[in-house]
Design a protein around this ligand. Structure first.
Ligand SMILES: Nc1ncnc2c1ncn2[C@@H]1O[C@H](COP(=O)(O)OP(=O)(O)O)[C@@H](O)[C@H]1O
Ligand SMILES: [Mg+2]
Length: 334
């Protein structure tokens, strides 16, 4: 399958020759496949935004190459198609609002692409369905909540029918419920619409929702893999001054005390299942040893993995609204 994005030996320096040059990216090698959901984490200044801007040719490499579906970003003739293939969403929703109603705002991108009016109306409606904002179509965007504004900004990108969306800390300025709304939207676009997602975030509970986590430090990639693998590198992440998800850290600390839980636990549900397993084993051993309860059995009282699963499933059913149109809209191209 053709790659969505490929970086080969990518290096980037800010500043022109003669000025103070600052190296922001060094020797980046990376391949992102269609349909992947990739999270990029890393300390401030590690180069995440600089890398993201290379994915739709807002920046072009000072050494090495970046290609989008095989198109070199350094060739100006590819710019139009690259920008249509990869859409960008930024941190501050206020800076991304361009119109006085939600409808006009979402229509702005397709209008600039020269899409005919009837098709624009259809795309605006579909995009707003995808982000669950149809009922706000006539509202003024500046009066919406932060999470709603960011969903409108995402709809504006979706209306241009990109195959890939790069989001640079889209939840950083939102309250917890706004963050959840936006994450639900992002996972829906990836799972139900098949859009490739690159999410830059400093919230670890967001990164664990991806298929793959890339960790950056000083302009380089230092870890790249499944969230379970990356977040089991607790000491490496700590040395990079990065958090691990709270529940992963708790399991790690318990394991230091000999709890025997699996590595890389990412969710409360997995933690509860692991604890239930550990507690079950310990009960089987009771009597054989000194009869004292295993420390895990205390924790287990409050945990009900089945309940967590039920909650998760019912959340899943909200997503159905977006599913009907699914593949047809994007697989055929715009
Ligand atoms: N416009 C710029 N001019 C000069 N240096 C910059 C510019 N933007 C970012 N940098 C520097 O490049 C490095 C990477 O920045 P950035 O990609 O914004 O990191 P992150 O998004 O991970 O915080 C930092 O050292 C930053 O100071
Ligand atoms: Mg940044």
């Amino acid at each position: 399958m053709e790659e969505m994005i490929r970086a080969e030996n990518l290096g980037y320096q800010y500043g022109s020759a003669g000025d103070m040059r600052h190296t922001a990216l060094r020797g980046i090698n990376l391949s992102i496949r269609p349909g992947e959901f990739v999270a990029i984490i890393g300390h401030n200044g590690s180069g995440k935004s600089t890398l993201a801007k290379h994915f739709n040719a807002l920046l072009v490499p000072t050494s090495g190459t970046v290609t989008v579906k095989g198109m070199k970003t350094s060739d100006p003739r590819n710019l139009w198609r690259i920008r249509q293939t990869v859409g960008m969403v930024f941190q501050n929703p206020d800076n991304q609002i361009v119109a006085t109603t939600v409808e006009e705002d979402v229509a702005f991108g397709p209008e600039n692409l020269g899409v005919p009016p009837a098709e624009i109306r259809r795309r605006v409606r579909e995009a707003l369905e995808c982000v669950d904002m149809v009922e706000y179509v006539r509202h003024a965007p500046h009066l919406l909540s932060g999470g709603q504004k960011q969903r409108v900004a995402i709809a504006g990108v979706v209306a241009m029918r990109p195959e890939c969306i790069v989001l640079d800390e889209p939840t950083a300025m939102l309250d917890p419920s706004g963050r959840q709304e936006v994450m639900r939207t992002i996972t829906r676009l990836n799972r139900d619409e098949g859009i490739t997602v690159v999410l830059i975030t400093h919230f670890m509970n967001e990164a664990v929702q991806a298929d793959r986590v890339i960790v950056m430090e000083s302009g380089r990639i230092v870890l790249d893999g499944h969230p379970r693998k990356v977040f089991s590198e607790v000491e490496t992440l700590r040395a990079l001054r990065l958090d691990v998800p709270q529940v992963t850290e708790l399991a790690y600390e318990l394991n230091k005390e000999g709890a025997g839980l699996p590595d890389g636990i990412l969710t409360v549900e997995e933690f509860a299942d692991a604890i239930a397993g550990a507690s079950h084993e310990s009960r089987a051993m009771e009597g054989a040893e000194d009869g004292r309860a295993h420390p895990m059995s205390i924790v287990r009282e409050g945990a009900d993995p089945a309940r967590d699963r039920r909650a998760k499933n019912s959340e899943g059913s909200d997503r159905a609204g977006c599913r009907g149109r699914a593949a047809t809209a994007w697989c055929g191209g715009g």
